[in-house]
Design a protein around this ligand. Structure first.
Ligand SMILES: NC(=O)c1ccc[n+]([C@@H]2O[C@H](COP(=O)([O-])OP(=O)(O)OC[C@H]3O[C@@H](n4cnc5c(N)ncnc54)[C@H](OP(=O)(O)O)[C@@H]3O)[C@@H](O)[C@H]2O)c1
Length: 290
């Protein structure tokens, strides 16, 4: 359940038994172009990670597929040994090919290897939270998650993982996975302009499960909308700030993981997300994704 945080907008949320700030940080875009290879500015990437923790963020989202290995190694270099309040959330279920594609890799032996690779690259004995990435690069796809989620549930039983989540998942897949092991979060694409998961978010909120939107700012294609620009202008802030504040106000189970490679943007996003949107703002924004 969410509680106030003295430092960051949105307060905190408890994932299983892990308390995290609702304002987190997504590390994907710290890798090179198309999430392949090292960053152009390695010191800058390390500085962003350290700044995130210094500002009080206790939730970092990553994957060993980013780079691959690049963002996990940056996180380890910047932050290991990790401060106790910090929780690193990773994901498995996809590999990388030489063209930068994200081929599905969800066979039991592939998942076991990915969990081991994350433990090694992050230098951890136990992963706090592992999301199983379903679907493919085009988004969620129907199909049973039972074999793959069952494999992760076994690794959890063995003590290598504390908590499990799903990514790119349909409502049916969430229901089926919850019959196998507890699901503490769902990470799907969602933002002001992509609201396919509205119903799922409300269902998860009722069950105390977090919803973690990826691409909260539009990802590789920044959010653009005349209504968003109009509200930002009226409130004398940026469209990014309005988009983040809207997500925090949308539902208490929404956790933010906006990505940035800039400490200035990181600070700007935290400050901007404090904005309290008025009923008039919300009504205008509500038209965007409908
Ligand atoms: N589960 C999945 O399949 C999946 C898929 C994609 C992503 N993810 C996760 O979701 C996280 C968030 O997604 P994302 O980082 O791709 O997209 P995002 O958070 O929607 O947007 C990040 C982009 O916004 C820019 N940005 C951030 N703050 C800004 C500001 N104040 N002003 C102007 N530009 C700003 C960043 O550029 P600058 O670097 O210049 O700030 C970056 O290009 C990822 O880091 C990753 O952890 C998960």
């Amino acid at each position: 359940m969410s509680t106030p945080s003295p430092t960051l907008p949105g307060g905190t949320w408890t994932l299983g038994d892990l308390t995290v700030t609702r304002f987190g940080y997504g590390a994907m875009q710290l890798a090179g172009p198309r999430v392949m290879g090292p960053p152009a500015d390695r010191d800058g990437a390390l500085a962003v990670l350290r700044e995130a923790v210094d500002l009080g963020i206790t939730h970092i989202d990553t994957s060993d597929a980013y780079g691959p290995r690049v963002t996990n190694e940056l996180i380890r270099e910047a932050l290991h040994p990790y401060p106790a309040p910090l929780h690193i959330v990773t994901k498995v279920g996809a590999a990388r090919d030489e063209q930068g594609g994200w081929p599905v890799a969800r066979r039991p032996e592939e998942l076991r290897r990915q969990v081991q690779d994350n433990l090694t690259s992050l230098r951890l004995d136990v992963l706090d939270l592992v999301n199983l990435r379903l679907g493919d690069a085009g988004g969620p796809r129907p199909g049973s998650p039972a074999e793959a989620f069952g494999t992760l549930a076994e690794l959890r039983q063995q003590g290598l993982i504390r908590h499990l989540g799903l990514s790119n998942a349909t409502e049916e897949q969430v229901t089926e996975a919850r019959g196998i092991a507890p699901v503490v979060c769902v990470q799907n694409m969602y933002n002001l302009a992509h609201r396919h998961d509205d119903k799922l978010i409300d269902q998860l909120a009722a069950d105390g499960i977090a919803y973690v939107p990826f691409f909260p700012l539009g990802g590789f294609t920044p959010l653009q909308s005349s209504a968003l620009s109009a509200v930002a202008a009226r409130r004398e802030t940026t469209p990014m700030s309005v988009a983040l504040a809207w997500l925090l106000q949308r539902s208490p189970n929404i956790l933010l993981i906006p990505g940035t490679s800039s400490t200035a943007h990181l600070r700007e996003n935290i400050a901007g997300a404090q904005l309290a949107l008025s009923p008039e703002d919300l009504a205008e924004l509500d038209g965007i994704g409908r």
